[in-house]
Write a protein that binds this ligand. Structure first.
Ligand code: ATP
Ligand code: MG
Length: 360
């Protein structure tokens, strides 16, 4: 039943969605947000690269990942027979051939250099576009996270994620002020940014999602699907912190009256960090609530500075865990391959071989 009419009372507008784009709010909330870098107005060539079928990686990827010794190159693509007749000339020829593999970054070389230099200077990054991180693609990296230590890893994640495709082609779908017939045109008019968030190790227990309606927090949900007994003991103090943070930093300054913000409360620190701002719409995961519940909360029982808050309890983990990325399941054998770095490297080798034969 969820889905069709619950949002009629508070329809989301294009402007509200745009207000939630990272590049739109980050400059204002820089001091309360972990350090991020924004590569603005991505060129069409970069967008096309992300949207294309298959994953084409720059030649350096194969050096970073597969070839231990870049100057020598391994013999993985040769059969035993071939190896026995490899002459220095033949090896040189092979090396030249490898160098001729088409470099997909040549159409956006400036951005490629920017990504490389940001990672080099500032360390690993978590990439995202205007609204979404490629959370559904973490399985593709050897560390199974969104922590990228090279531009190649950024490209792998962006290319493999359905959330990223959604940002690029469906981010305005829920807007009540856009006629369906104009949706495509409206999407074409959007500007996209690549956000590189400096990586830090988060304790997921301390991540919360806060639902704001008419400039008032109405509900807060734990973000991680696991049960942490200590959170229950600290519920009231967490609520106080969240209310103060909202009251001081966001309540009067965010451009929309109704939105959803995510925060992180690091252990043993008074500081609250803003992690993200999301549209108040069904495209945002309602976590421990259903959207129907959020929209129908009776606030008459709450003081002005109070709101509903849900934490995972000992018995509610299963329902929550099954929701995570459920629309983005990948075939199990692919996950098995990705869990096994050796297998993934084999896949990548096969892929490079394909590229070589395509280019010869
Ligand atoms: P959602 O779809 O739930 O709104 P999102 O796509 O907007 O998520 P973020 O909220 O930006 O993605 O980040 C996803 C997760 O990545 C966060 O819940 C947090 O655990 C982790 N994360 C976010 N920023 C960082 C960072 N700078 N370093 C390490 N991990 C991070
Ligand atoms: Mg978000």
């Amino acid at each position: 039943m969820e889905g069709t009419h619950y949002f009629e009372d508070i329809p989301i507008t294009k402007q509200q969605v745009l207000n939630c784009a990272y590049g739109s709010w980050y400059p204002r909330y820089k001091k309360i947000t972990p350090k991020s870098h924004i590569i603005s107005s991505l060129p069409q060539s970069f967008i096309e690269y992300i949207l294309q079928d298959g994953i084409k990686m720059p030649p350096e990827f194969f050096v970073d990942y597969i070839l231990e010794d870049a100057s020598e190159y391994s013999d993985w693509e040769q059969s035993d027979d071939e190896q026995s007749v490899v002459t220095p000339e033949a090896r040189k020829h092979k090396q030249q051939q490898r160098r001729s593999v088409e470099d997909p970054t040549k159409n956006f070389s400036e951005i490629h250099e920017q990504i490389k230099s940001l990672i080099q200077k500032n360390g690993p990054m978590l990439p995202k576009l205007n609204w979404s991180a490629p959370k559904d693609a973490a399985w593709i990296l050897p560390n199974h996270s969104l922590k990228c230590s090279s531009a190649s890893e950024v490209y792998l994640l962006l290319n493999a994620s359905s959330y990223i495709v959604h940002d690029l082609s469906q981010s305005l779908d829920e807007c009540s002020d856009i006629d369906v017939a104009n949706l495509k045109k409206e999407h074409k008019g959007l500007k996209f940014d690549l956000i590189l968030k400096e990586w830090f190790d988060i304790n997921p227990a301390w991540e919360f999602r806060c639902f704001v309606r008419d400039r008032r927090i109405v509900a807060v949900s734990q973000r991680d699907p696991n049960y942490y007994d200590y959170l229950h003991k600290m519920k009231e103090s967490i609520k106080d912190k969240l209310f103060d943070f909202f009251d001081i930093h966001l309540k009067r300054t965010f451009q929309s009256e109704t939105f959803v913000f995510d925060v992180y409360l690091p252990d043993k620190s008074e500081k609250v960090w803003l992690i993200d701002i999301n549209p108040f719409s069904r495209t945002t995961d309602s976590l421990l609530y259903s959207w129907h519940e959020i929209l129908n909360l009776d606030l008459s029982n709450y003081d002005e500075d109070d709101f509903d808050m849900r934490l995972v309890n000992e018995f509610s983990t299963a329902r929550f865990a099954s929701k995570e990325h459920s629309e983005n399941y990948v075939p199990k054998d692919m996950i098995d391959a990705a869990m096994d770095t050796e297998k993934m490297i084999e896949l990548m080798k096969a892929y490079q071989q394909q590229q070589l034969s395509d280019s010869s």
